[in-house]
Design a protein around this ligand. Structure first.
Ligand SMILES: Cc1ncc(COP(=O)(O)O)c(C=O)c1O
Length: 406
């Protein structure tokens, strides 16, 4: 047997908080409302089996070989056609297929920023994107959202101040315009237009992360920000929310020069040719509108179940914007509540959520909580909210007792 010698980790390894407590001590009866998982029964297992077989029968050698150039064309064509619904007209050279949209965020960040450059984000925002921007050692600044999305007026004020005081302007603005993660809100058309104008005026790029656009309960679609500024917007979307996250298949649309540079930085060479070929076969088999209608009917009914359970168990003690799509409910508790203080107690009670602070840059958002309504069935959601309310009121009571004792 060898005696194990000491080793050291890379000095470049950053100090990054892992938002993983939702998985810690996972017990059998845990109801997960934390991560954004799709409804398990919506995952097209049988259709995927058939698509895999078809891919092997018809493009087997192609699917299992390295592919030259930018990879299989058919997925690109599908993306091109589907994007027209968002009022996006793109050529093949303006599209890159990535390992999920997460990879696209990383590639854009590495293509367009240097350490110390400014990236502006919404508050709250997707913590996966924050992690990417922090790994790239960029300086982050956040702007609040309201029920119409990002406060573009505040972004404009800051830009004006920056110019006046000769301070750095942002290189990138990261925004989730539809069914924002976690806020659930949509950016109004006026704000989309204004943000695109600002990007031209102040010469920054917008990353438009449109992961949830298809999950619209009322089929209400607003043109993409990209449609108002194709030279200054990089549009992202993903198959994760409409087919399956395990595919790890997403895409970015932007200026040809940017897409080319992203391709160079893509150290995995090409997004899995095998997965692209199988997915192409799946897309040929399924009726995408039917698939999306099906998802939305499941998710609407789960969202409604969660909303009514929250009203029943929390009454007026929490408030929230009721989203008309997407995956999440974003709860606001009274100001003196820190939801990270009862994450562990909730886990013990058999329910997980993500505490609000993880969606902000620093020292903010303590009284919020994100719940995912898509994964669990209605009765399970009922039970989860009951457990959550019990944990919450126990926390409030013990806090009160401590305060009184002091
Ligand atoms: C806003 C947003 N962008 C990107 C992603 C990641 O998607 P993908 O699975 O395509 O990497 C998520 C997933 O939760 C998300 O919420």
């Amino acid at each position: 047997m060898h005696l194990l010698k000491q080793f050291s980790f890379s000095k470049r390894f950053p100090e990054i908080e892992v938002v993983g407590s939702a998985f810690a001590g996972k017990q059998d009866d845990l109801i997960p409302l934390s991560f954004g998982f799709p409804a398990p029964e919506s995952l097209p297992v049988d259709k995927m089996t058939a698509a895999t077989e078809a891919a092997m029968n018809t493009q087997g050698r192609q699917a299992l070989a390295y592919s030259g150039g930018t990879g299989p064309k058919n997925i690109l064509n599908w993306i091109k056609e589907r994007s027209k619904l968002r009022e996006i007209e793109a050529t093949e050279k303006e599209i890159i297929v990535t390992a999920g949209s997460s990879q696209a965020i990383d590639l854009i960040t590495r293509t367009l920023t240097d350490p110390g450059d400014e990236i502006w984000v919404e508050a709250p925002t997707f913590f996966g994107a924050l992690k990417t921007f922090r790994l790239a050692e960029t300086n982050l600044l956040s702007f609040p959202i309201d029920e119409h999305g990002l406060r573009v007026d505040l972004v404009e004020q800051e830009l004006i101040q920056r110019v006046k005081n000769n301070l750095p302007l942002p290189k990138l603005m990261y925004i989730i315009p539809n069914y924002q993660n976690p806020g659930g809100v949509n950016l109004s058309i006026e704000r989309r237009k204004r943000l695109a104008e600002l990007a031209y005026e102040y010469n920054f790029f917008i990353i438009e992360d449109d992961a949830y656009v298809e999950l619209s309960f009322n089929k209400n679609y607003t043109p993409a920000i990209y449609s108002f500024g194709p030279e200054r917007v990089i549009y992202l979307s993903t198959f994760s929310k409409i087919i399956a996250p395990g595919l790890r298949l997403g895409w970015a649309i932007g200026l040809k020069e940017i897409i080319e540079k992203m391709q160079i930085l893509k150290i995995d060479g090409l997004t899995s040719v095998y997965v692209q070929e199988v997915t192409k076969n799946l897309l040929e088999q399924i009726d995408m509108d039917e698939q999306i209608n099906n998802l939305n009917s499941i998710y609407l009914s789960r969202k409604n179940a969660m909303v009514s359970a929250i009203k029943q168990h929390f009454g007026e003690d929490v408030s929230f914007h009721e989203p008309q799509g997407g995956f999440f409910l974003w709860l606001t508790f009274p100001d003196d509540i820190d939801t990270s203080e009862f994450v562990d107690a909730a886990m013990l009670a058999g329910v997980s959520y993500i505490a609000g602070k993880h969606f902000f840059l620093q020292n903010e958002g303590y009284n919020h909580m994100r719940l995912c309504f898509t994964f669990c069935e209605e009765e399970i959601i009922q039970e989860a909210i009951k457990r959550l309310a019990k944990t919450y009121y126990e926390h409030v009571n013990s806090k009160q007792m401590i305060e009184e004792a002091n």
